[in-house]
Ligand binder design. Structure first.
Ligand SMILES: Nc1ncnc2c1ncn2[C@@H]1O[C@H](COP(=O)(O)OP(=O)(O)OP(=O)(O)O)[C@@H](O)[C@H]1O
Ligand SMILES: [Mg+2]
Length: 162
């Protein structure tokens, strides 16, 4: 079986039956690395969830799987909205749209070009941009687990990955 198809099968598994439902941090990170390792390019992943839900933690893990070496540079950006990380197969773009106030600001970022050109695009707080993202965007949602402080409930919507 060709490698590409094995990767696609693995991704479908990871996003389906293989996804942890309420992972602790180590489990979420291991899952994120596995997703990054089999992610096809181009790909767009959105990450939703409250402050501190673990979006950036998961972005960092996915970047690890994608082969980003400088993982300490994967942070919630304070001033910049876009960050770029080097990886062997092309740069990863990490957007955090939390501070975005208007569609005009999105336009000023050159957002349409970012979406068009990014090899892998990871978007925290995507609400402002949902209409601009491709239909095969992988949507991840994290929330605090009311039953356990160190766990997060992970929900996934990835209609086109089977
Ligand atoms: N199961 C877990 N999964 C992810 N993070 C966890 C978990 N348990 C505890 N944490 C901690 O919760 C924090 C999550 O912070 P992180 O910056 O990833 O959240 P965020 O969703 O990006 O927040 P923000 O909206 O402020 O950008 C980290 O300090 C992490 O160590
Ligand atoms: Mg964050």
């Amino acid at each position: 079986m060709p490698v590409v198809s094995v990767a696609a099968d693995s991704l479908a598994y990871l996003l389906g039956r293989g996804a942890p439902r309420a992972p602790d941090r180590a489990t979420l990170e291991a899952w994120g690395r596995a997703v990054g390792a089999v992610l096809p390019r181009p790909a767009v992943i959105t990450l939703e969830g409250d402050l501190g839900a673990g979006k950036t933690t998961l972005v960092r893990a996915i970047c690890g799987g994608l082969g980003v070496a400088a993982l300490e540079s994967v942070t919630s950006p304070t001033f910049s909205i876009l960050q770029h990380y080097d990886a062997a197969e092309g740069a990863i773009v990490h957007a955090d749209l939390y501070r975005l106030r208007s569609d005009v600001e999105l336009e000023m970022l050159g957002w349409d070009e970012v979406v068009r050109d990014a090899s892998v695009l990871l978007v925290e707080w995507p609400d402002r941009a949902v209409n601009t993202l491709p239909s095969d965007t992988i949507q991840l949602h994290l929330s605090h687990d009311p039953a356990a402080r160190d766990r997060r409930v992970l929900r996934i919507h990835a209609p086109s990955v089977r």
